[in-house]
Design a binder for this molecule. Structure first.
Ligand code: SF4
Length: 297
């Protein structure tokens, strides 16, 4: 393994949206004028290390109940400030926080806000339309987008799902997607629906950070003997990188941290590609690189 080359993707780790959210929370935790305790609605990002880090600053996680009202009724602790994560949420939380007099910090990524606005505008447009959201059912970002669409959006996870949805061919159909979907798969779905129906409008809502990571993952998978994808199993964008990579290179391994690396994965491998999802902090990526370098010794 002495001659093993390690290539780190040019686009790996925290994206602009996650970095912004992480910094906003750290700043709020240190600001004496921000009401404490601070609770984050769900995981700030799908990464245990990051969640632990902000926990050390006194920022706690609070689960989002099915009925959002229960959030304010069931908690025994007083809520000082609530944080909406970069994935965004529906309009209800803004209304409830205002009614209950709870301070809100909104770290929704501007790219997600764009999709929420599109969902709202299309659902309220005078000429009625059927709104399809391509995304992972139950994912926080997707649920938020659907709420902005006043519950009028239909979620399709893939082409097969879409084929089973009954659409009215006389009415306009609008298709958007979760920001972290696989660009190639979404483009294929756009093509399919445009061929099948006449009145279709598709809007590319996949963010550049996601596209860059996916394009680089494809290149790495083609040009490396093995690929390491760093990310949490609950992170949608990391899982997508792994799916993309393993289709091209069967020696693609999805790990959460350096300790998960197994030496036997790299038998007869000269080039090892490393990439990481948008929720993987740089200190975890550095540990992974260090661990791979140690294998060379
Ligand atoms: S992956 Fe894209 S949409 Fe999601 S937080 Fe990062 S920049 Fe924003």
């Amino acid at each position: 393994m002495k001659n093993m080359e390690i290539i780190l993707s040019r686009h790996a780790g925290f994206c602009g949206g996650v970095n912004r959210a992480y910094n906003m929370i750290r700043k709020a935790a240190a600001d004496s004028e921000v009401k404490k305790p601070i609770f984050v609605l769900g995981d700030l990002v799908h990464n245990k290390d990051v969640v632990e880090n902000i926990g050390k600053l006194g920022v706690k996680k609070i689960e989002i109940p099915r009925k959002l009202e229960a959030l304010f009724n069931n908690i025994t602790e007083k809520i000082g400030t609530l944080v909406i994560t970069a994935h965004g949420m529906g309009p209800k939380i803004y209304k409830l926080a205002k009614e209950k007099g709870v301070n809100l910090i909104d770290t929704t990524c501007p790219k997600v806000i764009r999709v929420q606005r599109l969902a709202k505008n299309f659902s309220e447009s005078e000429s009625s339309c059927q709104l399809i959201v391509i995304g992972d059912r139950g994912h926080k970002e997707v649920e938020g987008i659907c709420e902005w669409a006043n519950g009028k959006a239909i979620v399709a996870e893939n082409k097969k799902d879409l084929k089973n949805i009954k659409l009215n061919s006389l009415e306009k159909i609008v298709v958007i997607s979760q920001t972290t979907q696989d660009k190639k798969s979404v483009d294929k779905i756009f093509e399919f629906i445009k061929k099948k129906y006449d009145k279709v409008e598709t809007v590319d809502t996949i963010c550049m950070a996601t596209q860059n990571r996916q394009n680089e993952a494809r290149k790495l998978a083609k040009n490396s003997d093995a690929v390491i994808i760093v990310g949490s199993p609950t992170s949608a964008n990391s899982a997508r990188l792994w799916e993309i990579s393993k289709k091209i290179n069967p020696k693609s391994h999805f790990i959460e941290r350096a300790e998960d690396i197994k030496k036997e994965w790299f038998k007869n491998c000269r080039k090892i590609g490393v990439t990481a999802g948008a929720s993987s902090p740089d200190w975890v990526i550095k540990d992974v690189i260090k661990c791979l370098k140690n294998l060379k010794k």
